[in-house]
Design a protein around this ligand. Structure first.
Ligand code: ADP
Ligand code: MG
Length: 283
Protein backbone atom coordinates (compact mmCIF):
# COMPACT_ATOMS: atom_id res chain seq x y z
CA UNK A 1 0.00 0.00 0.00
CA UNK A 2 1.26 3.47 -0.81
CA UNK A 3 1.03 5.62 2.27
CA UNK A 4 0.41 9.36 1.99
CA UNK A 5 4.12 9.78 2.74
CA UNK A 6 4.97 7.30 -0.03
CA UNK A 7 7.62 7.83 -2.67
CA UNK A 8 5.09 9.10 -5.21
CA UNK A 9 4.42 12.25 -3.27
CA UNK A 10 6.69 15.08 -2.17
CA UNK A 11 4.92 17.73 -0.13
CA UNK A 12 5.80 21.36 -0.76
CA UNK A 13 7.62 22.93 2.17
CA UNK A 14 7.44 26.43 3.55
CA UNK A 15 10.92 27.84 3.58
CA UNK A 16 12.46 30.35 5.94
CA UNK A 17 14.61 31.57 3.03
CA UNK A 18 14.02 34.87 1.22
CA UNK A 19 10.77 34.92 -0.79
CA UNK A 20 12.47 34.46 -4.18
CA UNK A 21 14.13 31.20 -3.28
CA UNK A 22 11.17 29.93 -1.28
CA UNK A 23 8.91 30.57 -4.25
CA UNK A 24 11.26 28.65 -6.54
CA UNK A 25 11.37 25.69 -4.16
CA UNK A 26 7.60 25.64 -3.88
CA UNK A 27 7.25 25.88 -7.62
CA UNK A 28 9.36 22.78 -8.20
CA UNK A 29 7.71 20.86 -5.39
CA UNK A 30 4.26 21.77 -6.70
CA UNK A 31 5.15 21.09 -10.33
CA UNK A 32 5.53 17.38 -9.55
CA UNK A 33 1.83 17.03 -8.78
CA UNK A 34 -1.07 17.37 -11.10
CA UNK A 35 -3.12 20.50 -10.44
CA UNK A 36 -6.83 19.77 -10.75
CA UNK A 37 -8.40 23.12 -9.93
CA UNK A 38 -7.40 26.62 -8.94
CA UNK A 39 -10.07 28.53 -7.05
CA UNK A 40 -10.07 31.97 -5.48
CA UNK A 41 -8.46 30.92 -2.19
CA UNK A 42 -7.13 27.40 -2.72
CA UNK A 43 -5.58 25.05 -5.25
CA UNK A 44 -6.51 21.38 -5.46
CA UNK A 45 -3.85 18.85 -6.44
CA UNK A 46 -4.14 15.17 -7.10
CA UNK A 47 -3.51 13.33 -3.83
CA UNK A 48 -1.03 10.53 -3.16
CA UNK A 49 -3.73 7.83 -3.16
CA UNK A 50 -6.91 7.43 -5.21
CA UNK A 51 -9.78 9.27 -3.60
CA UNK A 52 -7.51 11.83 -1.93
CA UNK A 53 -6.64 15.42 -2.81
CA UNK A 54 -4.15 17.95 -1.53
CA UNK A 55 -5.70 21.29 -0.70
CA UNK A 56 -3.19 24.17 -0.92
CA UNK A 57 -4.16 27.41 0.86
CA UNK A 58 -3.17 30.63 -0.96
CA UNK A 59 -2.78 34.14 0.43
CA UNK A 60 -5.08 35.47 -2.30
CA UNK A 61 -8.21 37.18 -1.07
CA UNK A 62 -11.29 38.14 -3.03
CA UNK A 63 -14.51 39.85 -2.09
CA UNK A 64 -17.79 40.39 -3.91
CA UNK A 65 -17.20 37.24 -5.99
CA UNK A 66 -13.82 38.42 -7.27
CA UNK A 67 -14.80 42.09 -7.79
CA UNK A 68 -12.13 43.03 -5.24
CA UNK A 69 -8.82 41.20 -5.24
CA UNK A 70 -5.84 41.33 -2.92
CA UNK A 71 -3.36 39.41 -0.85
CA UNK A 72 -3.37 38.84 2.88
CA UNK A 73 0.17 37.82 3.82
CA UNK A 74 0.16 34.60 5.79
CA UNK A 75 -3.58 33.99 5.37
CA UNK A 76 -3.06 30.61 3.70
CA UNK A 77 -0.93 29.35 6.57
CA UNK A 78 -3.41 30.56 9.17
CA UNK A 79 -6.49 29.22 7.37
CA UNK A 80 -4.84 25.82 6.84
CA UNK A 81 -4.18 25.63 10.57
CA UNK A 82 -7.53 27.05 11.71
CA UNK A 83 -9.51 24.78 9.37
CA UNK A 84 -7.48 21.75 10.51
CA UNK A 85 -8.20 22.62 14.13
CA UNK A 86 -11.95 23.16 13.65
CA UNK A 87 -12.46 20.10 11.40
CA UNK A 88 -10.58 17.96 13.95
CA UNK A 89 -12.73 19.21 16.85
CA UNK A 90 -15.87 18.55 14.75
CA UNK A 91 -14.67 15.03 13.90
CA UNK A 92 -14.31 14.40 17.65
CA UNK A 93 -18.02 15.07 18.16
CA UNK A 94 -18.97 12.78 15.28
CA UNK A 95 -19.32 15.20 12.37
CA UNK A 96 -18.04 13.49 9.21
CA UNK A 97 -15.52 15.69 7.36
CA UNK A 98 -13.24 15.42 4.33
CA UNK A 99 -10.17 16.29 6.42
CA UNK A 100 -7.48 13.61 6.77
CA UNK A 101 -4.46 15.51 8.06
CA UNK A 102 -2.35 18.59 7.58
CA UNK A 103 0.76 17.98 5.47
CA UNK A 104 2.67 21.21 6.01
CA UNK A 105 2.16 24.93 6.54
CA UNK A 106 -0.05 25.44 3.48
CA UNK A 107 -1.36 22.02 2.54
CA UNK A 108 -3.74 19.46 3.89
CA UNK A 109 -4.69 16.01 2.72
CA UNK A 110 -8.43 15.59 2.20
CA UNK A 111 -10.82 13.01 0.84
CA UNK A 112 -12.07 13.80 -2.62
CA UNK A 113 -15.81 14.30 -2.56
CA UNK A 114 -18.47 15.19 -5.10
CA UNK A 115 -19.14 18.75 -4.05
CA UNK A 116 -22.82 19.65 -3.70
CA UNK A 117 -23.02 23.01 -5.51
CA UNK A 118 -24.49 24.86 -2.54
CA UNK A 119 -23.17 27.23 0.07
CA UNK A 120 -25.01 26.65 3.32
CA UNK A 121 -24.96 29.83 5.39
CA UNK A 122 -25.91 29.95 9.07
CA UNK A 123 -26.62 33.26 10.77
CA UNK A 124 -26.78 33.92 14.50
CA UNK A 125 -26.40 37.70 14.41
CA UNK A 126 -27.50 40.03 11.58
CA UNK A 127 -24.58 41.10 9.35
CA UNK A 128 -23.48 41.31 5.73
CA UNK A 129 -26.08 40.70 3.04
CA UNK A 130 -28.83 39.89 5.55
CA UNK A 131 -28.41 43.33 7.12
CA UNK A 132 -28.17 45.23 3.83
CA UNK A 133 -30.82 43.29 1.88
CA UNK A 134 -33.48 43.37 4.59
CA UNK A 135 -32.53 46.61 6.33
CA UNK A 136 -31.76 44.92 9.64
CA UNK A 137 -29.28 46.63 11.95
CA UNK A 138 -25.91 44.89 11.81
CA UNK A 139 -25.13 43.29 15.15
CA UNK A 140 -28.72 42.49 16.08
CA UNK A 141 -28.90 39.01 17.59
CA UNK A 142 -31.44 36.87 15.75
CA UNK A 143 -34.19 35.25 17.82
CA UNK A 144 -33.22 31.94 16.20
CA UNK A 145 -30.48 30.82 13.85
CA UNK A 146 -31.28 31.19 10.16
CA UNK A 147 -30.04 28.84 7.43
CA UNK A 148 -29.78 30.14 3.87
CA UNK A 149 -28.71 28.40 0.66
CA UNK A 150 -26.73 29.91 -2.19
CA UNK A 151 -26.16 28.20 -5.53
CA UNK A 152 -22.38 27.89 -6.03
CA UNK A 153 -21.95 29.50 -9.44
CA UNK A 154 -19.46 32.32 -10.00
CA UNK A 155 -21.01 33.37 -13.34
CA UNK A 156 -24.34 33.92 -11.59
CA UNK A 157 -22.75 35.54 -8.51
CA UNK A 158 -23.80 32.68 -6.20
CA UNK A 159 -27.54 33.55 -6.07
CA UNK A 160 -29.63 32.75 -3.01
CA UNK A 161 -31.97 29.83 -3.65
CA UNK A 162 -34.80 28.07 -1.82
CA UNK A 163 -35.19 24.37 -1.06
CA UNK A 164 -37.60 24.14 -4.01
CA UNK A 165 -34.91 25.26 -6.47
CA UNK A 166 -32.40 22.83 -4.98
CA UNK A 167 -34.59 19.75 -5.30
CA UNK A 168 -36.25 20.88 -8.55
CA UNK A 169 -32.91 21.26 -10.37
CA UNK A 170 -31.42 18.20 -8.71
CA UNK A 171 -28.53 19.95 -6.92
CA UNK A 172 -29.41 17.89 -3.85
CA UNK A 173 -32.16 15.45 -2.92
CA UNK A 174 -34.51 16.18 -0.03
CA UNK A 175 -32.70 13.53 2.05
CA UNK A 176 -29.31 15.13 1.27
CA UNK A 177 -30.67 18.51 2.33
CA UNK A 178 -32.07 17.06 5.56
CA UNK A 179 -28.64 15.59 6.34
CA UNK A 180 -26.92 18.90 5.51
CA UNK A 181 -29.27 20.90 7.73
CA UNK A 182 -28.89 18.46 10.64
CA UNK A 183 -25.08 18.60 10.35
CA UNK A 184 -25.11 22.38 9.94
CA UNK A 185 -27.12 22.90 13.13
CA UNK A 186 -24.77 20.64 15.09
CA UNK A 187 -21.74 22.45 13.68
CA UNK A 188 -23.31 25.79 14.59
CA UNK A 189 -24.06 24.79 18.17
CA UNK A 190 -20.61 23.34 18.68
CA UNK A 191 -18.64 26.15 17.04
CA UNK A 192 -20.72 28.85 18.75
CA UNK A 193 -19.69 27.38 22.12
CA UNK A 194 -16.10 26.76 21.07
CA UNK A 195 -15.62 30.37 19.90
CA UNK A 196 -17.46 31.87 22.85
CA UNK A 197 -15.05 29.99 25.10
CA UNK A 198 -12.21 32.06 23.62
CA UNK A 199 -14.13 35.34 23.67
CA UNK A 200 -15.37 35.33 20.07
CA UNK A 201 -18.94 35.66 18.79
CA UNK A 202 -19.69 33.39 15.83
CA UNK A 203 -21.88 35.80 13.86
CA UNK A 204 -22.37 33.69 10.73
CA UNK A 205 -20.51 31.25 8.50
CA UNK A 206 -20.64 29.29 5.26
CA UNK A 207 -20.29 25.53 4.88
CA UNK A 208 -19.86 23.31 1.84
CA UNK A 209 -20.75 19.63 1.75
CA UNK A 210 -19.91 16.75 -0.55
CA UNK A 211 -20.93 13.21 -1.29
CA UNK A 212 -18.48 10.53 -0.23
CA UNK A 213 -18.98 7.04 -1.69
CA UNK A 214 -17.75 4.04 0.29
CA UNK A 215 -18.71 0.51 -0.84
CA UNK A 216 -21.83 1.62 -2.72
CA UNK A 217 -22.90 3.68 0.29
CA UNK A 218 -23.07 7.46 0.13
CA UNK A 219 -22.49 9.79 3.05
CA UNK A 220 -22.73 13.56 3.16
CA UNK A 221 -19.56 15.02 4.66
CA UNK A 222 -18.35 18.49 5.52
CA UNK A 223 -15.86 19.73 2.89
CA UNK A 224 -13.91 22.85 1.85
CA UNK A 225 -12.64 24.91 4.83
CA UNK A 226 -13.81 26.65 7.99
CA UNK A 227 -11.75 29.79 8.54
CA UNK A 228 -12.03 33.57 8.95
CA UNK A 229 -12.47 33.67 5.13
CA UNK A 230 -15.94 32.22 5.50
CA UNK A 231 -16.93 32.95 9.10
CA UNK A 232 -17.79 36.30 10.68
CA UNK A 233 -15.97 36.37 14.01
CA UNK A 234 -16.33 39.33 16.36
CA UNK A 235 -14.63 39.94 19.67
CA UNK A 236 -17.34 39.07 22.20
CA UNK A 237 -16.61 42.15 24.34
CA UNK A 238 -15.67 44.90 21.89
CA UNK A 239 -17.38 43.66 18.72
CA UNK A 240 -14.11 44.10 16.81
CA UNK A 241 -14.08 42.12 13.56
CA UNK A 242 -11.47 39.35 13.16
CA UNK A 243 -12.47 37.98 9.75
CA UNK A 244 -12.51 38.74 6.02
CA UNK A 245 -14.77 41.77 6.57
CA UNK A 246 -11.56 43.61 7.56
CA UNK A 247 -10.45 43.08 3.95
CA UNK A 248 -13.90 43.56 2.35
CA UNK A 249 -14.41 46.86 4.17
CA UNK A 250 -10.80 48.13 4.14
CA UNK A 251 -10.58 48.16 7.93
CA UNK A 252 -6.84 47.41 7.94
CA UNK A 253 -4.98 44.92 10.17
CA UNK A 254 -6.47 42.05 8.19
CA UNK A 255 -3.72 39.52 8.85
CA UNK A 256 -3.72 40.52 12.53
CA UNK A 257 -7.42 39.62 12.74
CA UNK A 258 -6.79 36.10 11.41
CA UNK A 259 -3.75 35.78 13.68
CA UNK A 260 -5.76 36.77 16.73
CA UNK A 261 -8.31 34.03 15.99
CA UNK A 262 -5.50 31.45 15.76
CA UNK A 263 -3.84 32.83 18.89
CA UNK A 264 -7.02 32.55 20.94
CA UNK A 265 -7.57 29.00 19.69
CA UNK A 266 -4.02 28.24 20.87
CA UNK A 267 -2.77 27.30 17.40
CA UNK A 268 -0.55 30.14 16.17
CA UNK A 269 1.80 28.43 13.66
CA UNK A 270 4.90 30.18 15.08
CA UNK A 271 4.39 28.25 18.29
CA UNK A 272 5.12 24.95 16.50
CA UNK A 273 3.18 21.74 17.03
CA UNK A 274 4.82 20.89 20.37
CA UNK A 275 4.22 24.33 21.83
CA UNK A 276 0.49 24.38 21.28
CA UNK A 277 -1.00 25.59 24.50
CA UNK A 278 -4.60 24.80 23.58
CA UNK A 279 -7.48 27.24 23.67
CA UNK A 280 -7.13 30.34 25.83
CA UNK A 281 -10.32 30.16 27.87
CA UNK A 282 -11.95 33.51 28.62
CA UNK A 283 -13.88 34.12 31.82
P1 ADP B 1 -13.73 28.67 -5.18
O1 ADP B 1 -13.10 29.87 -5.81
O2 ADP B 1 -14.50 27.82 -6.15
O3 ADP B 1 -14.48 28.96 -3.90
P2 ADP B 1 -11.56 27.67 -3.53
O4 ADP B 1 -10.42 28.58 -3.78
O5 ADP B 1 -12.34 27.78 -2.27
O6 ADP B 1 -12.56 27.70 -4.77
O7 ADP B 1 -11.00 26.19 -3.73
C1 ADP B 1 -11.59 25.07 -3.21
C2 ADP B 1 -12.48 24.36 -4.21
O8 ADP B 1 -12.44 22.97 -3.95
C3 ADP B 1 -13.94 24.79 -4.06
O9 ADP B 1 -14.53 24.89 -5.34
C4 ADP B 1 -14.56 23.66 -3.25
O10 ADP B 1 -15.93 23.48 -3.54
C5 ADP B 1 -13.74 22.47 -3.70
N1 ADP B 1 -13.59 21.43 -2.66
C6 ADP B 1 -13.47 21.60 -1.33
N2 ADP B 1 -13.32 20.44 -0.68
C7 ADP B 1 -13.33 19.47 -1.63
C8 ADP B 1 -13.22 18.05 -1.61
N3 ADP B 1 -13.07 17.38 -0.47
N4 ADP B 1 -13.30 17.36 -2.78
C9 ADP B 1 -13.48 18.04 -3.95
N5 ADP B 1 -13.57 19.38 -4.05
C10 ADP B 1 -13.50 20.09 -2.91
MG1 MG C 1 -14.16 28.76 -1.90
Amino acid sequence: MVTPEGACYTPARESARPPGRAATRNFFAMARRRQLYEGKAKILFEGPEPGTLVQYFKDDATAGNGAKKGTITGKGVLNNRISEYLMTRLHEIGIPTHFIRRLNMREQLIREVEIIPLEVVVRNVAAGSLATRLGITEGQRLPRSIIEYYYKNDQLNDPMVAEEHITCFGWAATQDLDDMVALTLRVNDFLTGLFLGVGITLVDFKLEFGRLWENEEMRIVLADEISPDNCRLWDAKTGEKMDKDRFRRDLGKVEEGYQEVARRLGILPEAGPRDMSGPEVMQ
